[in-house]
Design a protein around this ligand. Structure first.
Ligand code: SAM
Length: 269
Protein backbone atom coordinates (compact mmCIF):
# COMPACT_ATOMS: atom_id res chain seq x y z
CA UNK A 1 0.00 0.00 0.00
CA UNK A 2 1.13 3.52 -0.81
CA UNK A 3 -0.22 6.02 1.74
CA UNK A 4 -0.51 9.74 1.02
CA UNK A 5 -0.30 11.18 4.47
CA UNK A 6 -1.29 14.73 5.44
CA UNK A 7 0.84 16.61 7.96
CA UNK A 8 0.07 19.93 9.73
CA UNK A 9 0.37 23.27 7.87
CA UNK A 10 1.52 25.05 11.02
CA UNK A 11 -0.22 23.81 14.12
CA UNK A 12 1.14 20.44 15.27
CA UNK A 13 -2.19 19.64 16.92
CA UNK A 14 -3.63 19.18 13.44
CA UNK A 15 -1.71 15.91 13.10
CA UNK A 16 -4.32 13.14 13.07
CA UNK A 17 -4.31 9.96 15.20
CA UNK A 18 -4.46 7.93 12.01
CA UNK A 19 -1.49 9.72 10.44
CA UNK A 20 0.62 8.94 13.52
CA UNK A 21 -0.48 5.29 13.49
CA UNK A 22 0.21 4.81 9.77
CA UNK A 23 3.58 6.58 9.92
CA UNK A 24 4.59 4.25 12.77
CA UNK A 25 3.44 1.15 10.91
CA UNK A 26 4.82 1.64 7.37
CA UNK A 27 8.24 0.27 6.31
CA UNK A 28 9.40 3.57 4.83
CA UNK A 29 8.45 7.25 4.85
CA UNK A 30 9.31 9.23 1.71
CA UNK A 31 9.63 12.90 2.66
CA UNK A 32 10.12 16.10 0.69
CA UNK A 33 12.52 17.49 3.30
CA UNK A 34 13.91 14.82 5.61
CA UNK A 35 15.25 17.32 8.17
CA UNK A 36 11.87 18.95 8.58
CA UNK A 37 9.99 15.68 8.65
CA UNK A 38 12.45 14.20 11.18
CA UNK A 39 11.47 16.97 13.63
CA UNK A 40 7.81 16.11 13.17
CA UNK A 41 8.49 12.39 13.61
CA UNK A 42 10.56 13.01 16.75
CA UNK A 43 7.72 15.10 18.21
CA UNK A 44 5.26 12.24 17.71
CA UNK A 45 7.74 9.49 18.66
CA UNK A 46 7.71 7.87 15.23
CA UNK A 47 10.86 5.87 14.48
CA UNK A 48 10.22 4.67 10.90
CA UNK A 49 13.10 4.92 8.37
CA UNK A 50 13.01 8.03 6.17
CA UNK A 51 14.14 8.70 2.62
CA UNK A 52 14.25 11.90 0.60
CA UNK A 53 11.67 12.32 -2.15
CA UNK A 54 11.66 15.74 -3.80
CA UNK A 55 11.50 17.23 -7.29
CA UNK A 56 15.27 16.74 -7.86
CA UNK A 57 15.46 13.05 -7.05
CA UNK A 58 11.92 11.87 -7.62
CA UNK A 59 12.62 9.73 -10.69
CA UNK A 60 15.36 7.58 -9.15
CA UNK A 61 13.67 7.39 -5.76
CA UNK A 62 10.29 6.58 -7.32
CA UNK A 63 11.81 3.47 -8.93
CA UNK A 64 13.20 2.27 -5.59
CA UNK A 65 9.93 2.97 -3.81
CA UNK A 66 7.99 1.07 -6.46
CA UNK A 67 10.33 -1.94 -6.10
CA UNK A 68 9.70 -1.98 -2.35
CA UNK A 69 5.95 -1.65 -2.82
CA UNK A 70 5.98 -4.49 -5.33
CA UNK A 71 7.91 -6.61 -2.84
CA UNK A 72 4.97 -6.20 -0.44
CA UNK A 73 6.23 -3.36 1.75
CA UNK A 74 4.15 -0.30 2.64
CA UNK A 75 5.33 3.26 2.08
CA UNK A 76 3.96 6.65 3.17
CA UNK A 77 4.63 9.90 1.32
CA UNK A 78 4.63 13.13 3.31
CA UNK A 79 5.29 16.65 2.07
CA UNK A 80 6.66 19.58 4.08
CA UNK A 81 3.12 20.55 5.02
CA UNK A 82 -0.45 19.63 4.23
CA UNK A 83 -1.45 17.13 1.60
CA UNK A 84 1.20 15.49 -0.57
CA UNK A 85 0.54 15.88 -4.33
CA UNK A 86 -1.15 19.28 -3.83
CA UNK A 87 1.45 21.77 -5.11
CA UNK A 88 3.92 19.30 -3.66
CA UNK A 89 5.63 16.09 -4.87
CA UNK A 90 3.62 12.87 -4.87
CA UNK A 91 1.30 12.95 -7.88
CA UNK A 92 3.77 11.23 -10.24
CA UNK A 93 4.41 8.45 -7.77
CA UNK A 94 0.68 7.91 -7.31
CA UNK A 95 0.28 7.48 -11.05
CA UNK A 96 3.20 5.05 -11.27
CA UNK A 97 1.83 3.04 -8.34
CA UNK A 98 -1.66 2.85 -9.88
CA UNK A 99 -0.17 1.74 -13.21
CA UNK A 100 1.78 -0.97 -11.37
CA UNK A 101 -1.40 -2.23 -9.69
CA UNK A 102 -0.46 -0.98 -6.23
CA UNK A 103 -3.20 0.30 -3.92
CA UNK A 104 -3.12 3.97 -2.95
CA UNK A 105 -4.69 5.22 0.27
CA UNK A 106 -5.31 8.82 1.44
CA UNK A 107 -4.68 9.78 5.06
CA UNK A 108 -6.54 13.11 5.05
CA UNK A 109 -5.76 16.17 7.13
CA UNK A 110 -4.69 19.80 6.89
CA UNK A 111 -4.66 21.59 3.55
CA UNK A 112 -4.06 25.30 3.07
CA UNK A 113 -6.40 25.85 0.09
CA UNK A 114 -9.51 24.32 1.64
CA UNK A 115 -8.83 25.77 5.09
CA UNK A 116 -8.65 29.21 3.45
CA UNK A 117 -11.74 28.64 1.32
CA UNK A 118 -14.06 27.62 4.15
CA UNK A 119 -13.27 30.81 6.10
CA UNK A 120 -13.12 33.12 3.09
CA UNK A 121 -16.78 34.08 2.92
CA UNK A 122 -16.61 33.52 -0.85
CA UNK A 123 -18.66 30.95 -2.75
CA UNK A 124 -17.62 27.50 -1.51
CA UNK A 125 -20.01 25.43 -3.59
CA UNK A 126 -17.97 25.79 -6.77
CA UNK A 127 -14.27 26.60 -6.73
CA UNK A 128 -11.19 26.22 -8.87
CA UNK A 129 -7.79 25.43 -7.39
CA UNK A 130 -5.06 27.07 -9.48
CA UNK A 131 -2.05 26.41 -7.20
CA UNK A 132 1.05 28.54 -7.85
CA UNK A 133 0.77 30.75 -10.94
CA UNK A 134 3.60 30.22 -13.48
CA UNK A 135 6.84 32.10 -12.75
CA UNK A 136 7.28 33.68 -16.19
CA UNK A 137 5.19 36.77 -16.83
CA UNK A 138 3.95 35.59 -20.22
CA UNK A 139 2.72 32.21 -18.94
CA UNK A 140 1.21 33.84 -15.86
CA UNK A 141 -0.74 36.31 -18.01
CA UNK A 142 -2.00 33.55 -20.25
CA UNK A 143 -3.24 31.55 -17.30
CA UNK A 144 -4.87 34.56 -15.65
CA UNK A 145 -6.61 35.46 -18.89
CA UNK A 146 -8.02 31.96 -19.16
CA UNK A 147 -9.15 32.01 -15.53
CA UNK A 148 -10.68 35.48 -15.73
CA UNK A 149 -13.94 34.17 -17.20
CA UNK A 150 -14.40 31.40 -14.64
CA UNK A 151 -17.46 31.83 -12.46
CA UNK A 152 -16.01 29.75 -9.61
CA UNK A 153 -14.05 31.08 -6.65
CA UNK A 154 -10.39 30.79 -7.66
CA UNK A 155 -7.70 29.72 -5.19
CA UNK A 156 -3.98 30.44 -5.65
CA UNK A 157 -0.89 29.76 -3.60
CA UNK A 158 1.73 32.52 -3.66
CA UNK A 159 5.08 33.22 -2.01
CA UNK A 160 5.24 36.42 0.10
CA UNK A 161 7.95 38.10 -2.02
CA UNK A 162 5.82 37.74 -5.16
CA UNK A 163 2.47 38.56 -3.55
CA UNK A 164 2.15 42.30 -4.30
CA UNK A 165 3.17 41.93 -7.92
CA UNK A 166 0.80 38.99 -8.30
CA UNK A 167 -2.12 40.95 -6.82
CA UNK A 168 -1.40 43.87 -9.16
CA UNK A 169 -1.47 41.52 -12.17
CA UNK A 170 -4.66 39.92 -10.89
CA UNK A 171 -6.36 43.32 -10.67
CA UNK A 172 -5.24 44.17 -14.19
CA UNK A 173 -6.56 40.99 -15.77
CA UNK A 174 -9.54 40.19 -13.50
CA UNK A 175 -10.61 43.74 -12.70
CA UNK A 176 -10.82 44.98 -9.12
CA UNK A 177 -12.77 42.03 -7.71
CA UNK A 178 -13.50 40.97 -4.16
CA UNK A 179 -10.65 38.82 -2.82
CA UNK A 180 -9.32 37.28 0.39
CA UNK A 181 -5.79 36.74 1.66
CA UNK A 182 -5.54 33.89 4.16
CA UNK A 183 -2.26 34.29 6.00
CA UNK A 184 -0.38 31.94 8.36
CA UNK A 185 -3.29 29.51 8.65
CA UNK A 186 -3.42 27.53 11.91
CA UNK A 187 -0.43 29.50 13.27
CA UNK A 188 -0.19 32.19 15.97
CA UNK A 189 -0.48 35.07 13.48
CA UNK A 190 -3.31 33.61 11.41
CA UNK A 191 -5.37 36.31 9.71
CA UNK A 192 -7.88 36.85 6.93
CA UNK A 193 -7.75 40.05 4.92
CA UNK A 194 -10.86 40.71 2.86
CA UNK A 195 -11.64 43.44 0.33
CA UNK A 196 -11.17 44.54 -3.26
CA UNK A 197 -7.84 43.46 -4.73
CA UNK A 198 -6.67 47.12 -4.74
CA UNK A 199 -7.49 47.39 -1.01
CA UNK A 200 -5.56 44.22 -0.26
CA UNK A 201 -2.50 45.58 -2.07
CA UNK A 202 -2.64 48.57 0.31
CA UNK A 203 -3.12 46.36 3.36
CA UNK A 204 -0.09 44.12 2.78
CA UNK A 205 2.73 46.60 2.57
CA UNK A 206 5.43 44.09 3.51
CA UNK A 207 3.96 40.60 3.13
CA UNK A 208 5.40 38.04 5.57
CA UNK A 209 4.51 34.41 6.14
CA UNK A 210 2.49 32.03 4.00
CA UNK A 211 -0.49 33.14 1.93
CA UNK A 212 -3.44 31.68 0.11
CA UNK A 213 -5.06 34.11 -2.34
CA UNK A 214 -8.76 33.66 -3.12
CA UNK A 215 -10.66 35.66 -5.72
CA UNK A 216 -14.38 35.70 -6.34
CA UNK A 217 -15.56 34.24 -9.63
CA UNK A 218 -16.52 36.30 -12.66
CA UNK A 219 -20.04 37.60 -12.06
CA UNK A 220 -20.24 39.72 -15.19
CA UNK A 221 -19.40 37.09 -17.79
CA UNK A 222 -22.76 35.28 -17.84
CA UNK A 223 -24.61 38.59 -18.30
CA UNK A 224 -22.58 40.01 -21.13
CA UNK A 225 -21.71 36.78 -22.96
CA UNK A 226 -25.11 36.52 -24.56
CA UNK A 227 -23.82 34.64 -27.56
CA UNK A 228 -20.70 32.77 -28.68
CA UNK A 229 -19.60 35.59 -30.95
CA UNK A 230 -19.58 38.21 -28.18
CA UNK A 231 -17.69 35.79 -26.00
CA UNK A 232 -15.20 35.07 -28.78
CA UNK A 233 -14.59 38.81 -29.25
CA UNK A 234 -14.19 39.31 -25.52
CA UNK A 235 -11.51 36.61 -25.38
CA UNK A 236 -9.71 38.24 -28.32
CA UNK A 237 -9.77 41.53 -26.43
CA UNK A 238 -8.29 39.74 -23.42
CA UNK A 239 -5.32 38.65 -25.52
CA UNK A 240 -6.18 35.09 -26.58
CA UNK A 241 -5.31 34.24 -30.18
CA UNK A 242 -8.09 33.55 -32.68
CA UNK A 243 -7.77 29.79 -32.52
CA UNK A 244 -7.84 29.63 -28.73
CA UNK A 245 -10.72 32.12 -28.50
CA UNK A 246 -12.72 30.14 -31.05
CA UNK A 247 -12.10 26.88 -29.17
CA UNK A 248 -13.09 28.38 -25.80
CA UNK A 249 -16.25 30.01 -27.20
CA UNK A 250 -17.31 26.80 -28.92
CA UNK A 251 -16.75 24.83 -25.72
CA UNK A 252 -18.60 27.30 -23.49
CA UNK A 253 -21.71 27.46 -25.71
CA UNK A 254 -21.52 23.84 -26.81
CA UNK A 255 -21.50 24.75 -30.52
CA UNK A 256 -19.05 23.86 -33.27
CA UNK A 257 -16.20 26.17 -34.20
CA UNK A 258 -17.55 26.15 -37.73
CA UNK A 259 -20.85 27.67 -36.50
CA UNK A 260 -19.07 30.55 -34.82
CA UNK A 261 -16.85 31.04 -37.83
CA UNK A 262 -19.83 31.17 -40.18
CA UNK A 263 -21.66 33.71 -38.00
CA UNK A 264 -18.51 35.79 -37.94
CA UNK A 265 -18.30 35.73 -41.73
CA UNK A 266 -21.96 36.68 -42.05
CA UNK A 267 -21.46 39.65 -39.70
CA UNK A 268 -18.41 40.82 -41.57
CA UNK A 269 -20.08 40.77 -45.00
N1 SAM B 1 0.64 20.61 0.17
C1 SAM B 1 0.27 21.86 0.79
C2 SAM B 1 -1.24 21.86 1.07
O1 SAM B 1 -1.85 20.79 1.09
O2 SAM B 1 -1.81 22.92 1.34
C3 SAM B 1 0.70 23.05 -0.05
C4 SAM B 1 2.19 23.14 -0.21
S1 SAM B 1 2.72 24.45 -1.22
C5 SAM B 1 4.39 23.98 -1.55
C6 SAM B 1 3.03 25.75 -0.08
C7 SAM B 1 2.03 26.91 -0.24
O3 SAM B 1 0.81 26.59 0.40
C8 SAM B 1 2.50 28.19 0.43
O4 SAM B 1 3.33 28.97 -0.44
C9 SAM B 1 1.19 28.91 0.70
O5 SAM B 1 0.70 29.53 -0.46
C10 SAM B 1 0.30 27.72 1.07
N2 SAM B 1 0.34 27.46 2.51
C11 SAM B 1 0.91 26.40 3.13
N3 SAM B 1 0.74 26.50 4.47
C12 SAM B 1 0.06 27.65 4.68
C13 SAM B 1 -0.41 28.32 5.85
N4 SAM B 1 -0.19 27.82 7.07
N5 SAM B 1 -1.08 29.48 5.69
C14 SAM B 1 -1.30 30.00 4.47
N6 SAM B 1 -0.88 29.41 3.34
C15 SAM B 1 -0.21 28.26 3.44
Amino acid sequence: MLYLCATPIGNLEDMTFRAIKILREVNLIAAEDTRRTRKLLTHFEIHTPLCRFDENCKETVAKKILQRLQAGESVAIVSDAGLPAISDPGADLVKLAIDAGIKVCPIPGANAALSALICSGLNTSRFLFAGFAPKTKKNRRELLQKLSTAEETIIFYEAPHRLKNFLAELAEVFGDRQAVLARELTKVHEEFLRGKISELIEKVSEPRGEFVVLVEGNKIAPLIDENPLDFYRKLLAQGLDKKEAMREAAKKFNVSRREIYNTLLREEI
